[in-house]
Design a protein around this ligand. Structure first.
Ligand SMILES: [Zn+2]
Length: 180
């Protein structure tokens, strides 16, 4: 869940690293970053949290641009950019959600939740590093087990602070270059 984190992080990263992209398009489509969570109607983290959904949804976005918004206008580059931005926003959502209990990423081809857990531990006496990482597949019903979805978590806030700092630094650097 965490709608603020889902919405702001991919947007700030795009604005910081791809400043030449059409801003109107970037802002207009940024709402797609929270679109997958609308599957809470059927069961949160289910059918919209799949790679297939990301592709189908983005293709629909492309069609809307091609045949409605830019109909009879020669704007194929913008239509394609709308597709790529939609892929970016939906994939970013899935990436932020990949933690426990996982996502049905490959549904309907593989009906398990996929998650990746990695922990690196350093033994303070021997300095030995121990790694535990696992590629976990949980049964799909586990996705809807938790009745309460977090609105914001500590991890979300920390991530937001880091990305905001990156954005501010990039912004200041650009202005600095402009005046010097
Ligand atoms: Zn989600």
């Amino acid at each position: 869940m965490e709608p603020i984190v889902h919405f702001l992080i991919p947007l700030l990263i795009l604005l910081a690293f791809k400043p030449n992209l059409n801003k109107k398009l970037v802002f207009a489509l940024s709402i797609i970053a929270i679109a997958p969570d609308f599957d809470y109607v059927f069961g949160h983290r289910t059918i919209f949290h799949t790679l297939l959904f990301a592709f189908i949804f983005s293709f629909l976005v492309y069609l809307v641009f091609r045949f409605i918004i830019n109909y009879k206008k020669n704007k194929e580059i913008e239509n394609k950019n709308a597709f790529y931005l939609s892929i970016y926003y939906t994939f970013f959502h899935l990436l932020l959600d990949i933690g426990d209990p996982g996502l049905p990423l490959l549904y309907p081809f593989f009906d398990k939740l996929i998650t990746f857990n990695a922990v690196f531990r350093v033994n303070l006496q021997t300095n030995a590093i121990k790694t535990t990482s696992s590629f976990v597949t949980n049964p799909i019903v586990q996705a809807t087990h938790e009745p309460a979805a977090p609105f914001i978590t500590t991890f979300g806030i920390v991530l937001l602070i880091i990305v905001s700092l990156v954005f501010i630094i990039t912004f200041i650097k650009k202005k600095w270059k402009f005046f010097s």
